[in-house]
Ligand binder design. Structure first.
Ligand SMILES: [Ca+2]
Ligand SMILES: [Ca+2]
Ligand SMILES: [Ca+2]
Ligand SMILES: [Ca+2]
Length: 303
């Protein structure tokens, strides 16, 4: 049974027609995460802590656009749900993402690490300050970044697209800038050829309007990059692209939130996400507790 309770909300979103499917790069929302909720959320690949996310902001498979491969893929072959949240400047100042994928065939035999070519994976590209233009393909001194995500089970990948595996771990994809997990734990580990696989990608990350990867020289880094402050009503450019391989030498499909040319490499071709504060979400949220009190509560869970 692949229908997780989280997905029940999806059909509601589809009924409501949450996002236009005809525009090349539809606009979406990122929802503010109240402090009382953020304190209780864990980046662990489990999605029960996204219960509060409003249905109108859920991005479903129906909203995704084909960039390659045969059209008309049915939901038994590939299904997707994406939720995007954010915390403000004094609350961690990060983008939070829950990305659900169901796939009839788990393809991971090339193990390229920092590329999704040949194996299942996601491309996550962003231009945080909406400045537009091409992303520097070297990833250095760039206004945006293009990341590759692969759920490997025992060696998950969140790497700058195209960089060799030796540069897959560096300052920008490590805590506190990035916290990333895959799940559900009950489904791990995945093996090439597994059928009907559900994968949860969950992460929170700091956004940089100026990003000095400098992985080739070993210089630069967080100190010479500029953190983007996340504030209500700001617009950021993002795009998500699922790359589905089902064995063999050709892609079964490439499904993305934008199908404009250069969608993964140019800020102007990405989707605009408006950072909004939903009053109903805020009103229903538990009250934030003092950090020391919260630490005690958490440690009692662990006992
Ligand atoms: Ca979680
Ligand atoms: Ca598939
Ligand atoms: Ca493959
Ligand atoms: Ca696949």
């Amino acid at each position: 049974m692949r229908l997780f309770s989280f997905i029940l909300v999806l059909s509601l979103a589809a009924l409501l027609g949450a996002a236009p499917a005809t525009a090349d790069a539809p606009d979406y929302f990122a929802i503010h995460i109240p402090a009382g909720i953020a304190q209780q959320m864990e980046i662990d690949g489990e999605f029960v802590d996204w219960y509060w996310f409003p249905s109108y902001a859920i991005i479903t498979r129906d909203a995704l656009l084909s960039r390659d491969g045969p059209d008309g893929l049915d939901l038994n072959d590939y299904d997707v749900t994406i939720c995007v949240g954010w915390t403000g400047v004094d609350e961690g100042n990060q983008l939070w993402v829950a990305l659900y994928t169901f796939d009839d065939f788990y393809d991971r035999d090339l193990l390229r690490g920092s590329r999704t070519v040949g194996d299942d994976g996601w491309t996550f590209a962003l231009d945080p300050d909406h400045s537009g233009g091409a992303i520097d393909p070297d990833g250095v001194y760039s206004n945006g970044q293009e990341w590759t995500l692969q759920a490997a089970g025992d060696a998950d990948v969140f790497a700058l697209q195209g960089f060799s595996d030796s540069y897959s771990q560096f300052w920008a994809n490590q805590p506190p800038h990035l916290v990333f997990a895959t799940g559900p734990a009950s489904g791990k580990p995945w093996s090439h050829g597994d059928e009907n696989v559900t994968i949860h990608y969950e992460w929170r990350m700091t956004l940089f309007s100026f990003f000095d990867a400098a992985v080739l020289t070993g210089e630069g880094g967080a100190e010479t990059s500029t953190v983007m402050d996340l504030t209500e009503n700001a617009k950021i450019h993002l795009m998500f692209q699922g790359n589905d391989w089902d064995g063999g030498d050709s892609r079964d499909g490439v499904w993305a939130t934008s199908n404009e040319s250069e969608a993964t490499g140019n800020g102007d071709s990405m989707n605009s996400f408006t950072l909004i504060v939903d009053p109903d979400v805020e009103a229903a949220a538990p009250t934030a507790v003092e950090s020391t009190a919260w630490a005690r509560i958490k440690s009692s869970f662990a006992d």
